[in-house]
Design a protein around this ligand. Structure first.
Ligand SMILES: O=C(O)C(=O)C[C@]1(C(=O)O)C=C[C@@H](O)C=C1
Length: 306
C-alpha cells in the first residue's frame, strides 16, 4: 500500500483547522495522515522540516481579522521558514458553542462558570455574547486552540470551567452544550491556507480553470520618504492587478528600527495564470525596484465556491 501523505494541522483533533484540513484534502484518511500539532507555528515547522508534506493554518476571520500567529510565521523574521509556500485556501463557516457542564440537570443558568478557555480568535468572535451572558468576574484564559480549551474544561468536573469551541470538540470531550451559535455575526467565516515546501509536490493538481491569488511580503526603501508605500501599491494598480488583502507587522529584522513595518499584499493572479502571468511577472520586477526586499509567499487557486 502506498505510504500516506502527511498533513499537519493545529490540534488536538476537532479544531476548526482540523475540519478545514478534511475539506482541503477530501480523499481523507485513505490517502492522508493528518498530524495534530500544539501550535500554529508548529504546523509551519513541520512543513519546513519535511516532517509533513502539507500543513493547514487559519489566516483570517471575517469578524476578528487576521490570525496574528500565522502572519508572524509568514513574516519569517529569522529566515527559519524560507521554503514555506502557500498553495491553497479553504473558507469555512464558523459556529461557536459555549461548552461545559450544567450546574445541575435542567438548570440552564451560567452563573456557576468561573473561568472560560478558548483560542484568542474565538474570544474575539464572541465578544458581544460574553458581555451579555457572562459575569465580568469570569476569568478569560487564552489557549492554543479551541479543542485544547474543550479538553481542559472537560477535566474540571465541578463545572466551573467552560470552553468556547466547535460542536465537534464538545462531542470529542464529552462536554454539554450550554449555548449554541454564540458567534457575534451570523456570517462568521475563517479562511485557512494550505502550505507546502516550495520544492514539494503540487496541491490540487489537475483542477483546470478558476481564479488565482498570490501573496507577497516586502519592506519599503524608506519610512521617511512620503509615498514609499503608495509607490509600491501603485505598481499593482498600473499592472491592473486587483488587491485582495493588505496587512503589516513590525519588521524587527536586523537593521530595521522600531515602528518600521513588513507589509503583506495579496492580489488576484499568480505565476502560471494564463493571460495574467505577464502582468504578475511585471509586478515582481517592479517590487525588485520599488522595495528594499520582497518575497513571494505563494500562489493558489481562489477557494471561494469550493
Ligand atoms: O482553535 C481552533 O479550533 C482553530 O482552528 C484556530 C482558529 C483561528 O485561529 O482562527 C480557527 C478558526 C476560528 O476562527 C477560531 C480559531
Amino acid at each position: 500500500m502506498a505510504e500516506k501523505v502527511k498533513v499537519a494541522f493545529l490540534g488536538p483533533v476537532a479544531t476548526y483547522t482540523h475540519q478545514a484540513t478534511k475539506t482541503a484534502f477530501p480523499e481523507g484518511e485513505e490517502k492522508y495522515e493528518f498530524v495534530p500539532t500544539n501550535t500554529i507555528r508548529d504546523v509551519f515547522d513541520h512543513v519546513q522540516s519535511s516532517q509533513t508534506t502539507f500543513g493547514v493554518v487559519p489566516f483570517e476571520n471575517s469578524t476578528h481579522g487576521v490570525v496574528s500567529f500565522t502572519l508572524d510565521a509568514l513574516a519569517d523574521r529569522d529566515s527559519s521558514l524560507e521554503d514555506i509556500s502557500i498553495c491553497g485556501e479553504v473558507y469555512m463557516d464558523i459556529h461557536h458553542y459555549l461548552l461545559g457542564y450544567h450546574s445541575r440537570p435542567g438548570d440552564e443558568g451560567l452563573g456557576h462558570i468561573k473561568r472560560i478557555y478558548s483560542h484568542p480568535q474565538a474570544f474575539g468572535q464572541t465578544i458581544q455574547f460574553r458581555r451579555k451572558n457572562l459575569s465580568r468576574e469570569v476569568e478569560v484564559i487564552d489557549v492554543a486552540s479551541t479543542s485544547k480549551a474543550a479538553e481542559i474544561a472537560a477535566q474540571d468536573k465541578t463545572g466551573e470551567s467552560a470552553a468556547i469551541a466547535g460542536r465537534l470538540a464538545g462531542e470529542e470531550n464529552g462536554l454539554e452544550v450550554l449555548r449554541g451559535c454564540i458567534e457575534d455575526r451570523e456570517d462568521n467565516t475563517t479562511r485557512f491556507f494550505v502550505i507546502r515546501r516550495k520544492d514539494g509536490p503540487t496541491y490540487g493538481a489537475g483542477e483546470e480553470g478558476g481564479e488565482y491569488k498570490s501573496l507577497v511580503s516586502f519592506t519599503v526603501s524608506s519610512h521617511e520618504t512620503p509615498g514609499a508605500l503608495a509607490n509600491v501599491l501603485g505598481c499593482f494598480k498600473q499592472r491592473g492587478l486587483n488587491l485582495s488583502s493588505i496587512n503589516s507587522v513590525p519588521g524587527l529584522r536586523r537593521g530595521q528600527r522600531a515602528f518600521e513595518y513588513l507589509f503583506f499584499v495579496e492580489f488576484e493572479g499568480c505565476l502560471g495564470d494564463g493571460d495574467r502571468e505577464g502582468r504578475v511577472k511585471g509586478v515582481m520586477e517592479d517590487l525588485g525596484r520599488e522595495t528594499s526586499g520582497w518575497r513571494l509567499l505563494g500562489g493558489w487557486k481562489n477557494g471561494r465556491g469550493r
